[in-house]
Design a protein around this ligand. Structure first.
Ligand SMILES: *Cc1c(COP(=O)(O)O)cnc(C)c1O
Length: 374
């Protein structure tokens, strides 16, 4: 038998285990904000054909700069936001998680600071740790917005190189007012800081809520990140992207990305999905309506609800949210324990899944629940 060997793992990683939301095979999986609808058959078939065509050329490395895909993303953004971003200001990678990793590699690093506002996306501190970037999270207001005056004071005093704003925010669903983003971006520019607006859920925003893409022309220090994981029902394909104000941002990403980071298969699948964005937008419209109906029902039922511009709802407030979470799971409904103490987050599912959730929640919270949960 070989002698025990102490792996020379980085000291700051020792004892840290990887974390991810449970992937359980239950009737209603409403815990990771996926689009609940399988891809339509004709779109899946078109993707299959595109992958078959790409397969013949897999002996070669993919287009390193993903030019056709970035052009298709620029066209989509022009359509979705009315803002035309030049293709040399568009970046694509394996999920917006990888885009954010590139952001930290290019603009973070030892001795540099990234700040954000909690509660927010739980992955940001991990990108900071992996890139040796200092990270500070400041509290959001009681209604999950940002105290802009305090944020400006903070930016001028702490001089971060990265300010992360998530809008609509995860896990609260809160969209930031455009003026708040503008004011924060202005202060950040004064101290030479980049502002990243994470718009993973942008397509679910209510009508009339603008995208931060509209501010790209005004602020050279602005980056907007998006993903095809949510609205495009493509979480399994891994495609995220960024829109930058300055092409030098994309040049910097090209320096830090791994060689040929985006496979030809991924590029083919994403281009095909963008060509079919019309059918997917119909699903998004349905999910928005379901979200608003679910939020109204939760409020009518006496729960507290954070107003959501995303495809999920943060609701509560429970004395023992773990007991409610478990009682829902016992009834085949998986939601997420996240956000401030006592809140739960539910992803908007299909109409049938949302019905299941409603019924399960009524049972889980009724005083005469047979297991005595309240
Ligand atoms: C889901 C999510 C993402 C998207 O991640 P992908 O890597 O693109 O799947 C990014 N930011 C936030 C806040 C999210 O909730």
């Amino acid at each position: 038998m070989s002698r025990p060997f102490d792996l020379p793992i980085r000291a700051d990683l020792v004892g840290i285990s990887s974390y991810g939301a449970p992937q359980l095979d239950v009737a209603a999986r409403l815990n990771v904000n996926e689009n609940p609808f399988p891809l339509p058959d004709d779109l899946a078939a078109a993707m299959g054909a595109a992958v078959a065509a790409a397969a013949v050329g897999l002996n070669r490395y993919p287009d390193r700069d993903a030019t056709r895909l970035r052009q298709a993303l620029a066209d989509y953004i022009a359509d979705e936001t009315g803002v035309r971003v030049p293709v040399d200001c568009v970046w694509a990678a394996n999920g917006s998680n990888e885009v954010m990793h590139h952001v930290f590699l290019a603009f973070g690093g030892p001795g540099r600071l990234a700040i954000t506002f909690d509660p927010t996306y739980s992955m940001y501190p991990e990108y900071a740790r992996d890139t040796f970037t200092d990270y500070e999270a400041y509290p959001r207001t009681a209604d999950f917005g940002i105290d802009v005056a305090a944020a400006i004071e903070l930016i001028l005093r702490r001089r971060p190189t990265l300010v992360l704003l998530t809008s609509p925010n995860n896990p609260t669903g809160t969209a930031l007012p455009q003026d708040d983003i503008r004011t924060i971006a202005h202060a950040a520019r004064e101290v030479g800081s980049m502002v990243v607006v994470d718009e993973a859920y942008a397509e679910f925003r209510h009508h009339g809520v603008p995208s931060a893409c509209a501010l790209l022309e005004e602020f050279p220090n602005l980056i907007v990140t998006r993903t095809m994981s949510k609205a495009f029902a493509l979480a399994g394909a891994r495609l995220g992207y960024a829109l930058a104000a300055d092409p030098r941002v994309v040049d910097a990403f090209m320096v830090v990305r791994l060689p040929y980071h985006l496979s030809a298969v991924t590029q083919a699948v994403a281009i095909t999905a963008l060509r079919h964005s019309g059918v997917l937008q119909a699903q998004v419209a349905l999910l928005r309506d379901e979200r608003d109906a679910l939020a109204a029902w939760l409020i009518d039922s006496g729960f507290t609800v954070a107003p959501s511009d995303a495809n999920f709802i943060l609701f509560g407030v429970f004395e023992d949210r773990d007991a409610i979470w478990r009682a829902l799971l016992d009834r085949g409904v998986l939601v997420r324990q996240t956000g401030p103490h006592g809140w739960l987050r539910v992803t908007v599912g299909t109409p049938a899944e949302n019905d299941m959730f409603r019924q399960a929640l009524v049972e889980a919270t009724s005083a005469d629940d047979e297991e005595g949960r309240t």
